[in-house]
Write a protein that binds this ligand. Structure first.
Ligand code: ATR
Length: 327
């Protein structure tokens, strides 16, 4: 039977969206009324909107993963990808505020350049100098970084990190986020190996300033053979091995051993050559999709204050990646 809403505006046959008292601009009525009768529950007008801004965003797994989480918990929300060029970033952020978008992720190339347009930065994001998650709190945009912590959770689950020495390959944005999160976990020292030595040295200085112990080298086989002797965790934070360059690896396979825990931040393909070599040497391997899932789960928890359905999110991400639709 149709519900009656005495306070619904009178509209002789036309459609009306009744805004509720908690409306945040886009979140409005729960139902579509025609002549005071509930006709059907709407989608576009009732749910909270979340999204991803970046360029490109078309291949992102985040919409699939986050929508699986919203559906799984019965939350009236949706998550969309928005392709935003660098020139449009400022206007996009203004639009996000004006439309009352509830929260969003940020990906390449905006993780650093978005900072001046946000109202508040969480301390960790400030330290890293990059943001991947934003929450709209009553019209004020608060920036967070869940990238590094997302990588650290599966590492911690597999190995425990307190006092461990870690070899990190790469010194770009992914490496910076991971290294800061590793310091928070109380690792022993971090050895940074990077193709461009100056970049490794600059990140190393930053980590030492933050209270860490750090050394650097290049990516030659000799240097890697030397540095792997003193560590129990190896993480690839370079983009080497990413589809379509699936036969590439930044680390000679013969240098792995069975005492190592190995993580690759590259998640396409699901098993990179780097991880395959590590697995074949008997090391414990953690695929990059775990980092993707956990950074997404942490973003979900920031937005909703609910425990993320990690299993559901992992299932959705694996299905999307496994189907090969992201190549
Ligand atoms: P991200 O934000 O994903 O970390 P980035 O900041 O561009 O991206 O960093 C990419 C990392 O992959 C860098 O450490 C880069 O090495 P350089 O600092 O020397 O550029 C590394 N990288 C990319 N392509 C590489 C290659 N072919 N061989 C070795 N390292 C590579």
């Amino acid at each position: 039977m149709a519900e009656q809403y005495p306070d619904t505006p009178r509209t002789q046959g036309s459609s009306v969206f009744l805004c509720d008292s908690e409306s945040r601009g886009i979140s409005g009525s729960r139902s579509l009324y025609i002549n005071h009768k509930t006709v059907y529950r709407t989608c576009a007008f009732v749910m909270e909107i979340y999204g991803l801004i970046g360029c490109p965003v078309e291949h992102s797994v985040s919409p699939i993963m986050q929508n699986a989480a919203f559906n799984g918990l019965g939350i009236d929300a949706t998550y969309c990808g928005f392709r935003v060029s660098e020139d449009n970033l400022k206007d996009a952020v203004k639009g996000i505020k004006a439309l009352g978008i509830a929260g969003f992720n940020v990906t390449i190339p905006h993780k650093e350049s978005i900072i001046p347009f946000l109202d508040i930065l969480e301390e960790k994001a400030l330290g890293i100098g990059a943001v991947n998650t934003v929450k709209n709190v009553a019209g004020r945009l608060v920036g967070y970084n869940t990238d590094g912590r997302g990588a650290v959770i599966p590492l911690k689950n597999a190995a425990g990190l307190d006092g461990r020495n870690v070899l990190v390959l790469g010194a770009g944005g992914a490496s910076r986020a991971l290294c800061h999160a590793l310091l928070d976990e109380g690792v022993g020292f971090i050895h940074l190996a990077n193709r461009t030595p100056e970049r490794a040295e600059s990140l190393c200085k930053e980590l030492m300033k933050a209270g860490g112990s750090c050394t650097t080298s290049g990516l030659s086989k000799r240097e890697l053979a030397e540095s792997v002797k003193d560590v129990s965790v190896v993480v690839n934070c370079t983009s080497v091995g990413l589809y379509p360059e699936v036969d590439e690896t930044p680390f000679p396979g013969e240098l792995f051993n069975s005492d190592l825990v190995v993580l690759d931040v590259v998640y396409n393909p699901l098993e990179t050559r780097f991880l395959r070599d590590a697995r074949e040497a008997g090391a414990e391997t953690i695929p990059g999709v775990e980092m993707l899932v956990w950074q997404g789960a942490m973003a979900f928890e920031i937005w909703t204050s609910k425990k993320a359905p990690v299993e559901l999110m992992r299932e959705a991400a694996l299905k999307a990646l496994g189907e090969g639709g992201w190549k």
